[in-house]
Write a protein that binds this ligand. Structure first.
Ligand code: DHB
Ligand code: MG
Length: 222
């Protein structure tokens, strides 16, 4: 590796974003609106947003569940890949986030496909019925609850449902015995569950982009 510094990986991230045209004006506007509203800069990177969009397309998902809307960036990425009758249910606990997300979703022209459910994710999930299963679930909320979110994803999915979990590396903390706390414990427990629980068939990939060193788990329900 000639230059394994943050400057180098940020240069690569910008190059990929630019070369693959991952950030169109609408998505740039979504990020700008989040910043104006004072939301934390923790939306998925453009490359990850595009991966989510491609996973929706590749899997042919028509029903998508998102746990953690923030300002709607990932929601819009996924909504753009849905078929005309496709729908996303996205759960957000923070009222300001949900307001910003709704405005962004309206501006993106995907409001008819997206239902924001306001409230604590575990409460809202408990109200969702498995009658019409979800085809893809994106888990990106409080990390403490990852195993419970995976349980709900398994309950609300069907064999073949795709599950994506954000933030499974956390700058290496996931494998650092000195890193302690409820969030990193939740991340670890989620990864262990994906490995040990026969309902899931999973992998995890490290990512290095404008959000630093982190990673994504991708699983399918057996
Ligand atoms: C945090 C949460 C996220 O979902 C993310 O992608 C990055 C950071 C956080 O809470 O710090
Ligand atoms: Mg995240």
């Amino acid at each position: 590796m000639s230059d394994p510094t943050p400057e180098a990986w940020l240069r690569v991230d910008a190059m990929i974003d630019d070369t693959l045209s991952l950030s169109d004006p609408l998505l740039q506007g979504v990020v700008a609106a989040q910043r104006r509203a004072g939301l934390p800069s923790i939306e998925v990177s453009p490359a990850t947003g595009k991966l989510l969009q491609l996973l929706v397309r590749i899997s042919g998902a028509r029903r998508v569940l998102e746990i953690g809307t923030l300002g709607g960036y990932s929601t819009i990425c996924m909504a753009r890949a849905l078929p005309p009758d496709g729908r996303i249910v996205t759960i957000e606990a923070e009222p300001l986030n949900a307001d910003v997300a709704q405005a962004n979703i309206d501006a993106a022209g995907v409001a008819a496909a997206v239902a924001i459910r306001r409230g604590r994710a575990l409460d809202v999930l408990g109200e969702l019925s498995a009658e019409e299963p979800f085809d893809l679930v994106f888990i990106d909320a409080d990390k403490e609850s990852n195993t419970r979110y995976l349980d709900h994803a398994a309950r609300l999915g069907r064999p073949g449902t795709v599950i994506v979990v954000d933030n499974v590396v956390r700058a290496g903390d996931v494998a650092d015995p000195a890193a302690e706390g409820a969030q990193i414990d939740g991340v670890r427990a989620g990864l262990r569950m994906l490995g040990d629980d026969a309902r899931f068939d999973a992998t995890a990939l490290q990512t290095l982009d404008r959000k630093g060193w982190d990673g994504l788990a991708v699983a399918v329900l057996r």
